[in-house]
Design a protein around this ligand. Structure first.
Ligand SMILES: [Ca+2]
Length: 224
């Protein structure tokens, strides 16, 4: 019988250890885990090790783990006991990342000009109305998890009513279209959606001038 333990959980990883099997002819172990009890979506051949660190886990998600031993022919033992772990999401005040158009972790194509629109974030916003104009914000996110993504823009009477924001997240790319000519949405954080992001800088938000006059100001990532 194999006994499995959680040795040390942390924000996005867990260290699992188990008793070595006492059966003769054990050639190694499989570690199984997944989001449902008894249904394991991931299996890892860990060889003869009796400890393993599973990384890249998502906060707020429960994970279930079990191990089997296998013999030199690959025949597996019964599952060990199952252990589970939930990674509590950090409180929202801990995770808020804002990227302004004036920050270094931005990139643009086409030509963008300073806008006279009121209520810019950090005192300045940009606009463009050319087909090839894009403006990208790339946040450096501290933890993997689910984030609400907001955009801040300024208003003028010639802004486009269908300004596309493309959100690159862990599950793909989502395009959200906003009405920047709606004066009630100016100078505030408007929710674009809720998406999964990996820690680091693999996610981004890109606004485009392809549908007419678009503002590029700031974006905000909040872990709810
Ligand atoms: Ca700004």
């Amino acid at each position: 019988m194999l006994l499995l333990f959680i040795a040390q959980p942390s924000a996005a990883q867990v260290i699992l250890t188990w008793d070595p099997s006492t059966s003769a002819g054990v050639a190694g172990y499989w570690l199984y885990y997944g989001p449902q009890s008894g249904t394991y979506t991931t299996s890892i051949d860990v060889g003869t090790a009796t400890t393993y660190t599973v990384a890249g886990l998502i906060s707020g998600q429960t994970y279930y783990f079990a191990v089997t031993a296998y013999d030199p022919d690959g025949v597996q033992s019964d599952f060990s006991n199952e252990v589970s772990m939930i990674f509590a999401p950090p409180v929202s005040s801990d995770v808020e990342v804002i990227v302004d158009n004036q920050d270094l972790n931005t990139a643009q194509t086409g030509t963008w000009y300073g806008s006279y629109g009121d209520y810019p974030w950090e005192g300045q916003s940009l606009y463009s109305a050319t087909l090839d104009a894009t403006f990208r914000w790339t946040p450096s996110l501290p933890v993997t998890g689910i984030y609400q993504v907001y955009a801040w823009w300024t208003y003028t009477s010639v802004r486009a009513t269908t300004v596309p924001y493309q959100i690159q997240h862990q599950d793909g790319i989502t395009t959200v279209t906003v009405n920047q000519r709606d004066v009630t949405l100016r100078g505030r954080w408007n929710l674009l959606g809720t998406f999964r992001f990996a820690a680091g800088s693999t996610g981004s938000v890109t606004v485009s001038g392809q549908n007419g006059n678009a503002c590029a100001d700031a974006v905000r990532f909040v872990m709810p």
